[in-house]
Design a binder for this molecule. Sequence first.
Ligand code: MN
Length: 718
Amino acid sequence: MAFMRQYELVERVKSYDPNADEEALNRAYIFAMKMHSGQKRESGEPYFSHPIAVASILTEYKLDAATIITALLHDTVEDTPASYADIKELFGEDVANLVEGVTKLSKVQIHSEASKQAENFQKLVLAISSDIRVLLLKLADRLHNMRTLYFCKKWEKRQRIAKETLEIYVPLAERIGMQSLKDEMEDLAFQNLHPEAYESITSRLSFLTEKGEKEMEEVIATLKKDLADNNIHGEVTGRQKRPYSIWRKMQKKNITLEQIFDIMAFRVIVDTVAECYQVLGIMHTKYPMIPGRYKDYISTPKQNGYRSIHTGIIGPLNRRIELQIRTKEMHQIAEMGVAAHWEYKQGVHREGTQYRWLRDLLELLNHSSDPNEFLEHTKIAMYQDQVFCFSPKGDLITLPKGATPIDFAYAVHSGVGDTCVGVKINGKISPLRTILQNGDQVDILTAKNQTPSAEWERIAVTAKAKAAIRRYLRAERRQQLIEAGRTLLSAAAKEYGLTFSDKDLSVVLSQHKQKTIEDLLAATGEGLLSATDLFHQMHPEVKMSLYQKTMSLFRKSPEKQAMLSTGKSMPITGLFPGLSYSFAKCCHPVPGDKIVGIVTTGKGVTIHMQDCPVLEKFSDEPERWMDVGWNDEILKDRSLPVRIKVTLADRSDSMPELMTVLAQQAAPVSNLTTQKRSEGWMDLVLDIEVRDRNHLDTVLQALRASEKVSSVARIKAG
Ligand code: MN
């Protein structure tokens, strides 16, 4: 097949675009020829014939010079040493981006089993295109490859390409209204997929055409006379049915070729919309109408912008006739679709367009005055809010833009999501937070014992993944809270030398709003209920105040008993023998704290910390103040309660960590209350037991070291 010479191509472009950059066109022609030199097509022709043919197809649509230049260069980045940077340097960014778009599209390949996902593949193509010219380039590229597909020796490859054409590119051509390109691709695909059926239909067709040609001419002549009688200038043509549409009709309606050919199809092309309806009126008056065939796509255009009147009549020679009536402009648009809009931008109605991107496109057509401006600035949003990725098997998964492998994993199956440990993107191990790109092949790695991490909730963007992760974390958090509740209640029981078991809670269950023992344990673990209070409800006999508990700690050992009864070796120095004392409930002093005693008549001495704010009240009564101190000797190995406030991250793993730190520091918790929660943090008040001030400081330091803890403070008055 002879291909278009350089000067022919340039002349062709200049014929419809006199301002086209001739010099760049010439350079592109030579550049492509050089880059592809030595390469051959399967037909044996130089490879270079292909880009020229694609460029030539696009000149039929009168596309701008950038598109024609891109057509010449479209395979150079993929198949020759030329790079994006080279193209950008030599031909500018616009062309480089177009070439890049076509190169990306060349990587889209439909998998044989993936037919049911054809629509997603169409969307993928649109998403990658992002510029309507990329799509037009791809369609022209595919059309030429289809025209030469019979050279391909591998049967499987031919089948795959033909099927892909039928499932992806034909519908896309139809969507943008490129009827003639669509028809041709369809027939070529049919020819390759079902060569025998194609042969038999075309040979029957040519036989019937010969036979019917005379009839067709007679009908055309009669219809032309009908128009002339009414002073309407119009063109009338008879159409031959296409092999693919005949075959499809035969499949669908189970009828013979003769029956299909029996219906002749004609097209009347006039100047104005008014004339279209005039012709319709003439036809319906003169000839009987076939019911159910009348369709007005002028008042209600098809989604792809197609407009025409269709009707069926028993026409001249008593033949059943299919009639299409349209204006020249409508015809141009019907044949060339989006590409025709460059020339016909006026007066085209675009109502009823379902596809947002197409509506945007047509909107743009309406508002840009210069056709070249339209071409240069049409960056239409075609599925730009979605990203299309493949599984290793070739299944296509559609995700929102910004999605990560976590989303992909949950889109495959929640079981895959839950056990996800890593990901290979396009064969490379990648972080789970990687943002997926169009066309990525995503291989999720799983491990049996893996569980979702709280981190994932931030990484995921799909509702499905987020919900699954949250569901899992909630269950996990609840389990941890139940465990924490058990620990707190056991600690409370231990205080009194008792043991705790879950079923002890059954007696107090009715007093609380919780439904089950587990709920009660979880509420305790979360600090919504006080373990000490619960314990006291279970064992009213041991109910005691913090002060009483403090004293009980001293009373527990015989050594302490002796100490208290003799008055000698009291834990506090500076008191008179026999004088009773207590530790202040406001500040809970522990050994090591500087302390002072306040005498209350009839009650004894209360021991405060020297910086306890409560002491303010006694500033006018110096006679009540007593100088006291700690008897270090006998306080060894004792512990006293102190109250602390902790601000903790409101997360499922925070509470268990808090408990672990306190256990490691040998500072058991005897009570815990949640004060408030906000913005991911919660304030807790805890009573812990410490030996002395040093011990307390160590515990506070250990708590501060935990990343779950925002702040820790001892409460000196509360
Ligand atoms: Mn190509």
